[in-house]
Design a protein. Sequence first.
Length: 113
Amino acid sequence: MRNWIMIGMLFLMACKVEKKPADNIPMDKMKTVLWQLMQADEYYTRMSTIDTTWKIHKKNVQFYKQIFELNKVDRVAFYNTIDYLQKHPVAFKELMDSTYALSKREKLKLIAH
């Protein structure tokens, strides 16, 4: 009987429950910010091949700052939330799937115009 209690205690001690970060950003805002960052990266990549001074002036960092300010999101909170989500694959997949769906909707809007 004591062995079962010891095994149960070891099992409970081995299970570590990770709490969400205090500054966790909601999924709706995360998918919007992530989508905008992806768009900024794509634009930066295309423009930096045409104009190499973009790399010198680090325009991509400027874009990131603007996106965080526009969405009223703290950069540290964003990266903490991403780190948390990467450790939780189901939640991360949900974020990536919703970001993909948002991109499809945005592309359909552009086609409709």
